[in-house]
Write a protein that binds this ligand. Structure first.
Ligand code: FES
Length: 574
């Protein structure tokens, strides 16, 4: 392997030359308190930090950035921490998905504009993971991802609580009149116990695992709980490794091949991962020049057994997964379904990195001979209601609903739903199919996580806890139920979902991967003819840019001008 020399470093253009601008850069490094010995000839390692008071999942990133710096100094690098936009899933409205591409742009442009030779990405809360990876892939500098890690298990009156999943569950109990205010407040106190990401197999856990399976983290890093002392040790090890990666010139596009993305999908399916992973992985693959579409996703899901018994599809939480053997244990049990020759950031193959992984608890990570389910958690549906596809997390739904036909109860947007869902006069039964329109990438806008439509109160009181629900929205990875999501094209742009009316019969057939509307083509054409598109909500600003360039769900919702691998030149320094 040929190694770079100091003169080959990208940062050499800033610090190594004998000219006026380099004088300025060196003098400003000294202004920050660094002497010539601190920086001369060393790789500059950017640490893109998504720490913020607005993101409780990242509260430990101030400390972790210091852990990463410790490793960088030890290995002979020069750390440069750069704050970037954070996407705090719980506080940011209308949806963090609206801003995923903004963080991706922030990350890419920060890396291009500053003298970075390599980068450590600090992210974890849902969209921060794909956004940082998308930006770093487009910048294509040596990259390591340090995942925030899951928070500790929640606790209430001796019961284990899982993020999101148990909030939805007990909220339904409260709406059904089975839980009092005191108990509800205790759950509020106990469900989010530490810094770190949601500890169910929600979007954060899923995306961290996929980035791990892609080979962009230290092996198994995604499973380490945020509050475990292994976590800062992992962070400083990442700091040491990134310096070597710069000298080796090992870059994201050397790692992010089509085969690596297939490994990531396989991992997500075996974990019962979030449906959001589909959108993000398609977008990430688009930045790497890899090939991944919905049909390949479905094919991989069909042949991958569901092994990780984690909520919302299973029983345990991320802490249990870590103790049982973590992602390396899961991957080792999938070895024959993986491209084990894929390169990882360690410079070794995925197969080498999972060698010797042990599983200590088969109840959490099921053996191949006794999987929790024969196939992966997500199915891709097509039909006259979703010509470009839709998805369902069928492992998190009541099985009786996976083949179901019923009359539609249509809500034209979320406000309409909120106003009417609990009306005693709503003409709805347990057999009905709830339909939400205008909640997609443009309609939401930002494709909010509204896809787990609430069960009408009167049905809750009858004991109904799941029913078929349809939308062009997304769903939190911690959510559950027979919810068909990501219907494309979305209703806002005139997809068939826009023309569904109350009483239309909708047929869902997950084994056949079909979603159908029993309305004739002639009648659909008639409804389309009388349809008036709604105005885009943003006359100016970022939303205006978003509305002009965001792609549909089946294409990953990236901006069309950010896709691909066309090279962009280095900035001029004069
Ligand atoms: Fe941050 Fe779930 S809210 S990971």
């Amino acid at each position: 392997m040929t190694r770079k020399t100091a003169a080959d470093l990208r940062s050499h253009r800033w610090f190594g030359k004998d000219d006026f601008r380099s004088f300025g850069h060196r003098s400003r490094a000294k202004q920050a308190g660094f002497s010539a010995e601190d920086i001369a000839g060393k790789p500059v390692i950017a640490i893109l930090n998504t720490w913020s008071d607005a993101n409780p999942c990242h509260m430990h990133f101030k400390m972790r950035a210091e852990d990463v710096k410790r490793g960088i100094w030890q290995a002979g690098g020069f750390p440069m921490e750069i704050p970037v936009l954070t996407l705090g899933e719980t506080f940011m409205k209308p949806s963090t998905m609206l801003y995923r591409n903004l963080l991706a742009m922030d990350a890419e442009e920060a890396l291009r504009a500053y003298p970075a030779d390599g980068v450590v990405l600090l992210g974890g809360c849902d969209k921060t993971v794909p956004a940082l990876v998308m930006g770093a892939t487009s910048a294509n500098l040596p990259t390591i991802f340090v995942p925030a890690g899951p928070m500790l298990r929640g606790n209430w009156r001796g019961q284990i609580l899982g993020s999101g999943t148990d909030a939805w569950k007990y909220w339904d109990e409260k709406r059904a009149g089975l839980l009092d205010d005191c108990a509800w407040r205790e759950i509020e106190d106990g469900i989010a116990r530490s810094f770190g990401t949601c500890m169910t197999m929600g979007t954060a856990s899923t995306m961290a695992a996929t980035v791990d399976a892609l080979g962009l983290t230290l092996p198994g890093a995604s499973s380490i709980p945020a509050a475990d002392s292994s976590h800062p040790r992992m962070a400083s090890a990442a700091g040491r490794r990134i310096v070597d990666m710069v000298w080796e010139d090992l870059k994201p596009r050397d790692i992010l091949t089509t085969e690596a993305f297939e490994n990531a999908v396989t991992a997500a399916m075996a974990l019962g991962g979030s449906t959001n992973a589909i959108i993000h992985l398609v977008a990430m693959a688009g930045r790497a020049g890899a090939v991944l579409d919905l049909d390949r996703f479905d094919a991989l899901s069909r042949r991958t057994p569901f092994l990780a018994n984690i909520r919302p599809s299973g029983k345990f939480l991320m802490e249990d997964l870590y103790y049982a053997g973590g992602l390396r244990g899961v991957l080792d049990r999938l070895r024959d379904l993986l491209h084990t020759d894929c390169l990882t950031i360690s410079g070794r193959t995925l197969g080498e990195e999972i060698e010797g992984a042990l599983v200590s608890n088969d109840a959490v990570i099921a053996p191949r001979a006794q999987p929790i389910g024969p196939e992966g958690g997500v199915a891709v549906l097509r039909g006259n209601l979703a010509p470009d596809g839709a998805v369902i997390k069928h492992t998190a739904a009541e099985r009786r609903l996976l083949q179901h036909a019923g009359p539609a109860v249509v809500f034209k947007n979320y406000n309409d739903l909120a106003a009417r869902i609990d009306e005693p006069s709503l003409p709805v039964t347990a057999e009905s199919v709830l339909v939400l329109q205008d909640a997609g990438p443009l309609g939401g806008p930002g494709m909010p996580e509204w896809g787990m439509l609430p069960i009408p109160k009167k049905l809750l009181q009858q004991g109904v806890r799941d029913m078929v629900r349809l939308s062009d929205a997304r769903m939190s990875g911690t959510s559950y139920g027979a919810c068909v999501l990501h219907i494309a094209p979305e209703s806002f742009v005139g997809g068939p979902l826009a023309f569904v009316r109350d009483g239309d019969i909708i047929e869902l057939d997950v084994p056949a991967r079909r979603l159908s509307l029993r309305v004739t083509d002639e009648e659909m054409a008639r409804r389309r003819g009388s349809w008036t598109p709604r105005e885009v909500a943003y006359p100016r600003g970022y939303g205006h840019l978003y509305a002009r360039h965001v792609t549909q769900a089946d294409k990953g919702c990236d901006f069309d001008f950010l896709e691909g691998t066309a090279p962009i030149g280095e900035p001029e320094i004069h």
